[in-house]
Every structure is written in structure tokens, then in C-alpha cells.
Design a protein around this ligand. Structure first.
Ligand SMILES: [Zn+2]
Ligand SMILES: [Zn+2]
Length: 562
């Protein structure tokens, strides 16, 4: 657990003013208040803009405070590709280039593998005429910290530029439908967020002066910029519009897919959303785009969209999304994230958090623990999808699948930002797995992910999967590797908890320790056995007239001896 961030030490600017009330930023649960103690900021009673007389808080549970050890390394590639807002315009070509796989990066671009053929990872899928939709708008690039230095902020505009440049450069974007983008309306925002939150973070500078901002204090960051916390930078002129655009993109793309106008979709959006709660911005997030899309689909297409599955594979738990649907049986939230018994940001998302009231059983957390030694990779994510995610998802039978597609579990993220080593190819594979649900209606929306090569590669793999094109194969060594012991224990614990809500997880529980290949052959043997037994049990019927009782018992004897 990190006790302090260097940002804090550097930042005793603003002088006094540290005596603000401690209650202003209270959050619904004690757990969340551990890392969102905004109420102690001095700016709480100040009118905005601009925030003045601010004090930086020692926010030990800030997402970014986990990053300081590896930040320099993590940001090296980022800052070299786009270090200032001014560089944004000129980035098109270089960003794409910067996303090329650097030497030594294990991207597993093997072209053929008997292993992947066995599990069918590269098979082409039949597509309907409607194609993949893509959402992007350059307005979202304008959400930048006042310091203008991306090296201070992992969640910077270069992320989006790089991914978009990759999709253009590879010719993938042109094979997709580009969404006509728009900002989410206040009315829409308030289907998930409180009126105060929606107005505070979603209206223009002028209008915001009419809003009661006493509940929220802004803090002055070490870099000289302003944020709602150390992670979540606030640009007085552009953040509101960017956050509303991100939400609008995800909402509209989800509609298009729900209505069948697009077969599926990928939203290249920022700021991310899954940490944003009804009344709190945190962890780089202001509005919960995925939650808004799900809520609005339920409201506006109640008969067609009866059940919505949200899969969240960002390395962090989506506390905001879980909160939004915790008592709602029509939206199943299923998250796979690093948890470390509550010691990884945001601390929520334990395996026993299963929902309340009628929503009980409709919240599933695969909460990895055991740190990053060894780092989790494809083998663990494949096991989680095989034994928990896909069985429950199939049983739920959603009408649409929305994915909080953060790529910070990908290889390339230092331990404080993720520390796992999931390959881009694996994200493509997981996408294809989820495409089997809901008649293929699936929308991926970018959440986190900060290593530019990794997020570009991962986004490319996912879009290729959505288009039905072949993707890179998962490394044979990962297909052959059983999940690590800590991951096996997590899956066993998850299954033990979820089995009362989802009996289907019992069937594969005995295979959690198997590699993807072992599980595949075990599954095949099992189905061969079932087929064989069905055949055997038919034999006595056919042969009733000419066989003895002893003969008919033979198959059973054979079966028991197996
Ligand atoms: Zn800054
Ligand atoms: Zn994340």
C-alpha cells in the first residue's frame, strides 16, 4: 500500500486554506471514502472558476499515487508521442508510428498455431450486412491538464490519438461505420448521476456558477493544474464537453447496435467512465458512459433490451458501474479485476459483493489477489472467461453486451498501473468469446489503458475481432500454461460464492486449474464420454431380445472403471 505520492510532497502550494470541512465530500460507503476524501479541500466554498486557494490532499488511495514508481517508465513512450496540447494536431502520423511494437515486446504475432486452431481462436465469423460502428470525436482530445505535460498524467489525449491513428493506419476504420457524434444531454446524464453532479461537471463555465459547488472541492495539483483529486484533472474550458462527448458516443453507439443499424461497435472515448459514481468523479472519470448507455437502453427500449450484460475487463474495478446497478436484476455487472483484498484501486469489487434486493446475484466480481508475483496473463484470463464469465453470461442470455474495455491489464503497464501481462491477442479472443452472446450485439468502450503500444495493439485486435477478421494468435505457451495458484484460488472462491446464484458455474469448477488446452481436451473427452454413454445406453434397448442382463451391465462397469 502506497502511503504517499511524490506529487503531494511537491505541492504545498496555495498556502493555508487547508481547514475545509471534512464532511463535504462524503461518499455513500466507507470503503470509497478511503480514497476520495475531497471534502477536506479548502476550495469547497469557493465559487468556480477558477479554483483558488487550493490544497493538495494526501490521497494515499488515489489511482495515480500507485503509479509513481513506474510512472517515468510508463510515460516515456507517451510523452515522446505527444507531450502537449499543441502537439495534438501534428500527431496523426507519428502517433501511429509510436504504436508500433517496440523491440522486445512480446506481442505474440504468431501467424499460425495448432493450439489456437484447436480452440478456434482465429476462425472467421459470418457477418450480417450491418457492419461495426466506431465512435470518436476530437473534442475529447481537449480534456488536458492546464500544465500541458502528458508525462504528469497517464490518462492523456495521446491515448485516443494513438488508437485512432492505428485504426486509420491499418485501414480498419474505413471498413467500419463512423458514428455521428454528439454530447450527452443533461437529462441523459441524470439517469445515472445526481442533478448536482451532472450540472457541476457537465455544464459550461458560465452556467456552473449557478450550481452549488460547496459539496465538491477542487485541488491544486503538483504540476500546477487543477483536479477533483490527484488523478482526475479538470480543464475549466474543455473537460465538461469532453466527458459529455464520451458519454454521448457510448450511448449512441449502443443504440445503433441495439437497433441493428450496426452489427457491433467500438467507442474510442475519454475521459473514461467506470469509476464515476452517481455523485462522485474519481479515477480519471466524470460520467459513467457505460452505465448511462445501459440505463438509457433499458428506459428507451424496455421490450427489446430486457437484459443487459456489462463486462468490465479493465484492471481496476468499476465501482461506479457496480453502484449504478447493484439493486437491478436487468443489468448484470461482471467484472474481472485486480483486487488484492482491497489494496488495489479503488478497493471495491470483492468477491462477496453480489448485489442487493432484486439485484442479488446480478453482480459478479472475479477479484484477483496475490499481487503481481507472478503477474497474471492470458492463461488466467482465459480460465476466468471459461469457468465463470461465459457460463454466467450464457445463462443470463443478454439482449446486448456492453464492455468496459480498459486495456490496463495488458502487458506494458508497471505494477502500480496494473502489473499484469495480458496480450493484445487475448483481448481480441475475449471479444470474440463475447460476440457469441446476444446475437453478436456487443459494444466495447475504452476505459483505462496507458501504455500506448499495448493499447493500440489491443484496440486493433478487438476491432479486427468485431469485424470478423482473423486476429493474432494467443501464444502457445499461454494456452498450455495452467493459471497460477493465486488465480486458481480466486476462481474457486468466486465459484463457491456465485454457485448459489448461478448453478451453471458448478459444471466446470473442477477445471479451474487447467490450462486452456487441457480444459479443451478434457471438455472433448467429457462430451465424447457423454456421447458414448448415450450410445451405450441405447444398445440394450436395441438388443433387448438377444442379450442377457449381464451383457447390458457391461457398459456401466466400463464407465465406473474410468
Ligand atoms: Zn498537470
Ligand atoms: Zn483501469
Amino acid at each position: 500500500r502506497t502511503s504517499s505520492s511524490p506529487l503531494v510532497h511537491l505541492s504545498s502550494i496555495g498556502g493555508g486554506g487547508g481547514g475545509g470541512s471534512g464532511s463535504g465530500g462524503a461518499h455513500p460507503t466507507a470503503q470509497q471514502s478511503m480514497f476520495s476524501d475531497t471534502g477536506q479541500g479548502a476550495g469547497g466554498d469557493d465559487d468556480l472558476p477558477p479554483p483558488v486557494n487550493l490544497t493538495v490532499q494526501n490521497r494515499s488511495r488515489s489511482l495515480l499515487s500507485y503509479t509513481h514508481e513506474g510512472l517515468a517508465a510508463a510515460m516515456a513512450s507517451a510523452s515522446s508521442s505527444s507531450s502537449s496540447p499543441a502537439a495534438a494536431g501534428a500527431l496523426g502520423g507519428t502517433a501511429g508510428a509510436s504504436c508500433g511494437s517496440p523491440p522486445g515486446m512480446a506481442l505474440q504475432l504468431t501467424t499460425s498455431s495448432s493450439a489456437s486452431a484447436i480452440i478456434g481462436a482465429s476462425r472467421e465469423q459470418k457477418l450480417r450486412p450491418a457492419t461495426t460502428g466506431l465512435a470518436f470525436d476530437s473534442l475529447m482530445l481537449k480534456h488536458v491538464c492546464a500544465c500541458g505535460d502528458n508525462a504528469n498524467h497517464p490518462e492523456h489525449s495521446g491515448r485516443l490519438q494513438s488508437i485512432w491513428a492505428r485504426l486509420l493506419g491499418t485501414g480498419l476504420a474505413i471498413r467500419c461505420d463512423k458514428l455521428r457524434s454528439r454530447k450527452a444531454t443533461q437529462e441523459e446524464l441524470q439517469t445515472v448521476h445526481t442533478e448536482g453532479h451532472a450540472l457541476l461537471f457537465g455544464t459550461s463555465q458560465l452556467n456552473r456558477q449557478k450550481v452549488d459547488t460547496s459539496r465538491v472541492s477542487f485541488v491544486r495539483l503538483a504540476c500546477g493544474g487543477v483536479g477533483v483529486d490527484l488523478d482526475t484533472t479538470w480543464n475549466e474550458h474543455h473537460t465538461a464537453a469532453a466527458a459529455r462527448m464520451a458519454a454521448g458516443c457510448v450511448i449512441d453507439l449502443s443504440y445503433k447496435v441495439a437497433r441493428g443499424e450496426n452489427r457491433n461497435g467500438f467507442a474510442v472515448v475519454r475521459p473514461p467512465g467506470h469509476h464515476a459514481e452517481a455523485d462522485a468523479a474519481m479515477g480519471f472519470c466524470f460520467f459513467n458512459s457505460i452505465a448511462l448507455a445501459a440505463r438509457l437502453l433499458r428506459h428507451r427500449m424496455p421490450h427489446e433490451m430486457r437484459r443487459i450484460l456489462i463486462v468490465d475487463w479493465d484492471v481496476h474495478h468499476g465501482n461506479g458501474t457496480q453502484q449504478a446497478f447493484y439493486d437491478d436484476a436487468s443489468v448484470l455487472y461482471l467484472s474481472v479485476h485486480r483486487h488484492d483484498d482491497g489494496n488495489f484501486f479503488p478497493g471495491t469489487g470483492g468477491p462477496a459483493e453480489c448485489g442487493v434486493g432484486t439485484g442479488l446475484g446480478y453482480n459478479v466480481n472475479v477479484a484477483w489477489s496475490g499481487g503481481v508475483n507472478p503477474p497474471l496473463g492470458d492463461a488466467e484470463y482465459l480460465a476466468a472467461f471459461r469457468t465463470v464469465v461465459m457460463p454466467i453470461a450464457r445463462d443470463f442470455a443478454p439482449d446486448i453486451v456492453l464492455v468496459s474495455a480498459g486495456f490496463d491489464a495488458a502487458v506494458g503497464h508497471p505494477a502500480p498501473l496494473g502489473g499484469y501481462v495480458v496480450s493484445p491477442a487475448c483481448f481480441g479472443h475475449l471479444t470474440r468469446e463475447l460476440m457469441q452472446l446476444a446475437n453478436g450485439k456487443i459494444v466495447l468502450a475504452l476505459e483505462g489503458g496507458y501504455d500506448l503500444p499495448a493499447i493500440c495493439d489491443s484496440a486493433e485486435e478487438c476491432v479486427r475481432a468485431l469485424l470478423g477478421e482473423s486476429t493474432s494468435s494467443i501464444a502457445p505457451s499461454e494456452l498450455a500454461r495452467p493459471p497460477c495458484q493465486a488465480a486458481v484460488e480466486t476462481l474457486q472462491k468466486t465459484i463457491a460464492i456465485q454457485v448459489s446464484h448461478w448453478p451453471c458455474v458448478k459444471r466446470l469448477a473442477h477445471t479451474v486449474g487447467l490450462s486452456a488446452l487441457q480444459a479443451h481436451s478434457s471438455e472433448r473427452e467429457e462430451s465424447d464420454t457423454v456421447t458414448a454413454m448415450a450410445g451405450l445406453s441405447m444398445q440394450p434397448l436395441k438388443r433387448t431380445s438377444d442379450v442377457s442382463c449381464e451383457d447390458s451391465e457391461e457398459p456401466m462397469d466400463q464407465d465406473e472403471s474410468k
